[in-house]
Design a protein. Sequence first.
Length: 581
Amino acid sequence: MNLKDKYINFFVSKGHKQIPSAPVVPENDPSVLFNTAGMQPLIPYLMGEPHPYGKRLCDYQKCIRLTDLDSIGDKTHHTFFEMLGNWSLGDYFKKESIAYSFEFLTKVLQIPIEYLAITVYKGDEKIPRDEVSAQVWKELGIKEERIAYLDKEHNFWIPGSSGPCGGDTEIFYWRSSKSVPEVFDPEDEDWVEIWNNVFMEYYQEEDGSVHELTQKNVDTGMGLERVVAVLEHKEDNYLTSIWDEARTLLETISGKPYEGNEESMRIILDHIRTSVIIASDPAHIKPSNTDQGYILRRLIRRAIRHARKLGIDLNSNFEEQLARCFIKLYQEYYHEVKDNQEIVLNILKNEKEKFSKTLEKGLKIFEKISEQKEEIDGEMAFHLYDTFGFPIELTIEVAKEKGLNVDIKGFDEKFKEHQEKSRTASVGKFKGGLSGNSEIETKYHTATHLLNAALKKVLGSNVHQLGSNITEERLRFDFPCDHKLTEEEKKKVEDLVNEWIEKAIPVTHEVMEKEKAIASGAECMFIDKYPDMVTVYKIGDISMELCGGPHVNNTKEIGHFKIKKEEASSAGVRRIKAIIE
Ligand code: SER
C-alpha cells in the first residue's frame, strides 16, 4: 500500500473523515497564486466555521511553493509536492495529536524510535513555553536529549503575515548512514523535518497583535516526497519510487545517464510534473504573462531549455511522454489530472512549439553578448522577453551560466514603460473606461452581487461568496451549503434576482476606510486581504460589498437572469452557473 493510502486509512481508523484535495489554484483567495499548505483551504473552518465533514479531518493536498523555484535542481527541492494532513477542529489537542503521529510513524511505518527527534516551541513574551507537548513526547519514550526547544522563527506557524496560528512541534528523522547521535542538534542537516503539528490557539492580526481563538485546533502537515525518501533510504528525493518511471524515461529520451546530469534532469522532471498539475487544475490556467499563467510559462520554458541542454530533440514529443508518466501517477488520486489530460498535453505541446521557434535565436544573442560584454542591459533583457519569449528569470539563469550580469532594474523600467503603453492602448479601446472588462462582464459582475444577496434571503444569512468567476458567457458562484438546492429554492433565487433587476435600482459606490466599511455591514471575503481604503458597492438596500468593480449603473441594464446549473463544487460547497439573456 502506498503512503497516501496508509496515512488516510490510519486517520480514518482514528475517527477522521477524509476530505477531498482542493484545487491547487485557490478559488477564494486572490492573495496567493497557489495552495502552499494542506491547511490553506481550511482557513474558514480553523477560524470557527463548522465543517460539513465534522471535527476530525484528514487528506492529501496538492501544494505548490514558489519560494524554492531557484533551488530546483538540488536533491531535495520541488515546486509541487503533496502534503498529508490531519486536523482537529476544536476536538482533540496536543496529547492525542502527538500520540497519533507517534503511532503512525513507529507502528504503521515502523520507523525505529531511535531515529526520531523533536522540537517544541520555547515560548516568548506573549505565549508560554510548550511544556505540555514536551511532556507527552517524553511519556511516549522520546529522551530529553532528543527534544530541542526553539524560538518563533522555527516553531511557530502562521499562513503568511496574519491568520490562525500557534506554536508547533516538529518531528525529525535521522537521514544518514552515519550512526545516530545521542543528542539532537537541530542545526545538523542530517536531521530532516518530516512532520509538523501546529497547535492553533491564536489569531494574529496584520499589526502583529495576537488574540486567542475560541476554538483550539490542530493542523498537521507531512511532506510526502520527503517521507518517501526517508522510508526508501534515499538522500536524493529524485531517486525515490515517485520518480523512477519518469527519470528512467528521461534517461532513455536523452540517451544520457541521470548521474552526471542531475541538475538539468531534476529541473525537467520537477517542472513538467508541476506543469501537469497546474494545467489540469479546474481553474484552467494557460501559459500567459501574468499570475499563475506566467508561472506555468516559466516552468515549461525552463524545462525546454534544459531539455535542449541535454541534447533532446525539441521536435520529438518528449514533453508528452514525460507528462503521461505523471498523469498515470496522479490520475487515481486527482480525477482532474485524468479528466483534463488532453488539455494538459496540448498546453505543453503548444508552448513548446512557440518557444522552440525563438529559443535558438535568443540563445545566439547570449553567445554574441558574452563575446563582447559582461552585462545584458535592461533593453536587451526586455528584447529577449518581448521578442524571444525569455522570461526574465530564464535570462538571468542563462546569463549566469555564461558569466554575464543582467541589469534587472533596467529590465523592470523597460517593462513598466511597455505596460504603460499597452494600458493606454486598452483604455482607448474600451472608451467607457472599463479597461479589461467588457460590457457583458460588467453586467455579470453586478448580477453576482444580486445572486449573493438572493441566496442569503432564500437559504439563510450564512451564505456568502467562497469563489466567483466571470466570463463573457456566464457567471459562476460558489457558496457554503449542505444540500442540493431544490427546484423551488432555485426558482425563488432566480425570481428575486429578476425582481430586483426589474426594479431598476441604482448601483452606487463609495471609497471609505476598511474598518468603517466592515462596521457598516459591508460584505467581504477576507478582510485582511484588503487595503486600508476600500471601495464599497451598494445596490439600494439589497447588497453592500467590498469590491473593485466595475458595475452597471442601474440593475435594469442587466437583462434577464437565469440559473443554468447547480452542482456540488467540493465538500459542503455548492456552485451555481448562471447566464443573463
Ligand atoms: N501548516 C503547517 C505546515 O504547512 C502544518 O500543516 O507545515
